[in-house]
Design a protein around this ligand. Sequence first.
Ligand code: NAG
Ligand code: NAG
Ligand code: NAG
Ligand code: NAG
Ligand code: NAG
Length: 393
Amino acid sequence: MGRSSATPKWVLPFMLVLGSLASQISALDGPLPNGDFEATPTGGFSSDAIVDGPTGIPSWKSNGTVEVVEAGQKQGGMLLIVPQGRHAVRLGNDAEVSQDIKVEKGSIYSVTFSAARTCAQLESLNVSVLPASQTIDLQTLYSVQGWDPYAWAFEAEEDDVKLVFRNPGMEDDPTCGPIIDDVAIKKLFTPDKPKNNAVVNGDFEEGPWMLANVSLGVLLPTNLDEETSSLPGWNVESNRAVRYIDSYHFSVPQGKRAIELLSGKEGIISQMVETKPNKPYTLTFSLGHANDKCKQPLAVMAFAGDQAQNVHYTPNSNSTFQSANVNFTAKAERSRIAFYSVYYNTRTDDMSSLCGPVVDDVRVWFSGSRRNGLGGLGLRLGVALWVFVLFLV
Ligand SMILES: *[C@@H]1O[C@H](CO)[C@@H](O)[C@H](O)[C@H]1NC(C)=O
Ligand SMILES: *[C@@H]1O[C@H](CO)[C@@H](O)[C@H](O)[C@H]1NC(C)=O
Ligand SMILES: *[C@@H]1O[C@H](CO)[C@@H](O)[C@H](O)[C@H]1NC(C)=O
Ligand SMILES: *[C@@H]1O[C@H](CO)[C@@H](O)[C@H](O)[C@H]1NC(C)=O
Ligand SMILES: *[C@@H]1O[C@H](CO)[C@@H](O)[C@H](O)[C@H]1NC(C)=O
């Protein structure tokens, strides 16, 4: 893992030039202006500063009951959660905060933000950059801290867009409502398909912005549109989220990023990969633990084409992961690969934070001309399928 420190001297100025170029191209990557809500609102901070004006919070516009909450602030004997720093905002019924942002038309962006709910009721948050929007359900607590970072992606249809967080709820108690903090953005790119591997972003290195000081990873909620996914190439098929993790806070089999599967069958990632009908393929992947005190056993159900395989993680003191494979014969031009956790795991230290097996380094490759007894049968099935497909067309 560790990077080599033996960098030749001439490389440094060169890298600085490249670095400044890169920062001009994607000037937006990172926290939004006052994305942490720490800048002093007009009228100053007070323990119950309700923002009335549309410009009360620097860099943001608000509408409805938007409150700047402070760490340590209590309400009805309950401590309000402030994810990071001293301040965050709470959105009352039907209230919203928004910020105008400059983006590149046609590009895909992922927004990362921290969110918490304040009352026991169902709370949710509508994140939008019109015409795209998603309502994120805050009912499930994934970590015992009571808040989590989430990511949501959109395609920019203009160069100037408005990012809006809205509380769609109409609670009986108007002081209930979600708290948000740490809003950041990242322009995504879809990595090229590597040679001899049909999986896009199989190493999960491209994904949402990760907050530097946050050790909770980033939750990726349901997303069925692979074109606008915070995790390029991948869908989150389930109602529950999966966690995007980094090597600074978790054990990651390869590179700096990986996926931790949560909530058993309720957390499924998938991708449709290009295949040639009737050809043999092998799916390989790394299966490991995140080093987050997750209670064993850990196992995944891996799907590839029409095959499904249950793979148990067998701890080996030398390594935090093992590699696994599934062989399959493609039946169509596109084959689905998918993973979910076999168990519903929680951490051993708090018994409630959700955790699970780590998947990384996913590859699907043509596994050659295995001329065995099944070849003929496979060919006939393939021809039958082709005829079937032709009939459909
Ligand atoms: C604020 O929200 C209300 C109700 O949703 C809406 O009618 C009004 O136009 C909004 N005001 C602004 C300035 O956006
Ligand atoms: C979220 O809010 C936007 C804008 O207010 C609205 O158009 C959209 O329908 C809402 N989305 C969902 C999923 O409720
Ligand atoms: C991260 O935490 C350190 C120490 O608490 C602090 O100095 C730094 O400003 C924080 N960075 C961010 C991006 O919040
Ligand atoms: C694990 O480490 C031991 C001792 O260092 C070594 O003998 C063994 O071969 C290693 N096992 C694997 C799977 O690398
Ligand atoms: C897949 O096939 C390869 C040989 O082509 C074999 O080594 C491997 O064990 C097979 N995997 C499974 C899970 O059967």
